[in-house]
Design a binder for this molecule. Structure first.
Ligand SMILES: C[S@@+](CC[C@H](N)C(=O)[O-])C[C@H]1O[C@@H](n2cnc3c(N)ncnc32)[C@H](O)[C@@H]1O
Length: 285
C-alpha cells in the first residue's frame, strides 16, 4: 500500500478494502482476523467502527489485504471456515469448502432414515473428504451413524483428522484412491470429487488450491465416471450415491448414474438455483 494514507479506524480499513474491490464480507472477516476476534463478530465491527488499530493490528490487516488481493481464499488467510455450523481449520493442503456443498449435506440428511427406523447403525462413506467438511457435518448431525472418509492425499487427511479431533467427532479417515482401499457396503456414499476440465480457464483463478482437488480430465468427468462405475458394489440395497458436480454437468452425471443401473436418479439445485448435485439409489433386493 505504498503511498496510501495511514489507516486509523476500523471503518477506514473497510472503506480501503472496498475501494480496492474486495467484497464487504471478505473484508470484515479479514479485519476480524487481524484483530484476533472471532470471525462471526461482524456486529461488533459495526459497533466499534471508530476504534483505532494498534500498529501490530495495522500490519496484520495490510498483510491480510495483500494476500486476498493476490487471490488467496479468505479461509487460507484466516485459517478457519464455517461449514454447516462447524468451524473447520483450513489451509492450502485442502480445498476451501464452499457453501454450495451444504446442498449435498442437506440432501444426504434428507435421504437417511430416522434413527428410530434403523435398529443397526447407518454406514456412510465420504469419498475425497479434503478438510473432512462433509463427513464431519454428517457425523455431527447424525451421531447415531458410523462415518468413514477417504482421500488420496495424505496431506488433506492430516487436516481432516485435526478437524475431527478438534470437534470430537469419531469419523474414521484413511488413504484410498476412491474405492481401492474401501471394504464393505454403505447405506449412503457422498462425494464432492474434482470435476473441472483440465483446460478450463477458471482453474487459473483457483491457483492457490490443490490441483488434485479440482481438475479431472478433458471434460471434468473422469473422477465422477470412476466413482459411479464402482459405487453399486459398495452400496447396500436401497443405498444412495449423492455427488456434487459442475453447474453444466447434471445431465451427463444423471446419464452415468442411469447407465450404471441406479434408480430414482435426480439432481438438486444449489443456493444459486444451479443443478449442482446428482444422485441415485441402488435398486432394492
Ligand atoms: C473438490 S475436493 C472436495 C473436498 C471436500 N470434500 C469438500 O467438499 O470441501 C476433492 C477431494 O478429492 C480428493 N481426491 C482427488 N482424487 C482422488 C482419488 N483418486 N481418490 C480419493 N480422493 C481423491 C482430493 O484430494 C480432494 O481432497
Amino acid at each position: 500500500m505504498t503511498g496510501s494514507p495511514p489507516i486509523h479506524t476500523l471503518a477506514q480499513c473497510l472503506a480501503q478494502a472496498q475501494t480496492l474491490g474486495l467484497a464487504r464480507l471478505d473484508a470484515q472477516m479479514l479485519l476480524l482476523h487481524s484483530l484476533a476476534r472471532p470471525l462471526h463478530e461482524r456486529a461488533w465491527l459495526l459497533a466499534h467502527d471508530t476504534d483505532l488499530l494498534s500498529p501490530t493490528q495495522g500490519t496484520a490487516w495490510q498483510m491480510a489485504l495483500q494476500r486476498r488481493l493476490a487471490g488467496e481464499p479468505v479461509a487460507y488467510i484466516t485459517g478457519r471456515k464455517e461449514f454447516f455450523g462447524l468451524t473447520l481449520a483450513i489451509d492450502p493442503r485442502v480445498l476451501d469448502p464452499r457453501p454450495d456443498t451444504e446442498t449435498l449435506v442437506d440432501w444426504a440428511l434428507a435421504v437417511l432414515p430416522a434413527p428410530c427406523q434403523r435398529p443397526d447403525s447407518l454406514r456412510i462413506l465420504d469419498l475425497g473428504t479434503g478438510s473432512g467438511a462433509i463427513a464431519l457435518a454428517l457425523q455431527h448431525a447424525r451421531p447415531d451413524a458410523q462415518l468413514w472418509a477417504v482421500d488420496a492425499s495424505e496431506a488433506a487427511l492430516a487436516v481432516a483428522r485435526t478437524n475431527a479431533a478438534q470437534l470430537q467427532l469419531p469419523v474414521r479417515f484413511w488413504a484410498s484412491d476412491w474405492f481401492a482401499q474401501v471394504d464393505g457396503v454403505f447405506d449412503l456414499i457422498v462425494s464432492n470429487p474434482p470435476y473441472i476440465a483440465d483446460a478450463d480457464p477458471h482453474l487459473a483463478a483457483l491457483r492457490h488450491e490443490p490441483l488434485q482437488a479440482l481438475s479431472s480430465g478433458a471434460d471434468g468427468l473422469d473422477d465422477l465416471r470412476r466413482i459411479v462405475a464402482a459405487a453399486l458394489a459398495h452400496l447396500s440395497p436401497s443405498g444412495w450415491l449423492l455427488l456434487e458436480h459442475g453447474f453444466d454437468q447434471a445431465q451427463a452425471v444423471r446419464a452415468l448414474l442411469q447407465q450404471a443401473g441406479f434408480i430414482q436418479v435426480q439432481s438438486h439445485a444449489d443456493l444459486a438455483g444451479h443443478a449442482r448435485c446428482s444422485g441415485g439409489q441402488k435398486p432394492p433386493k
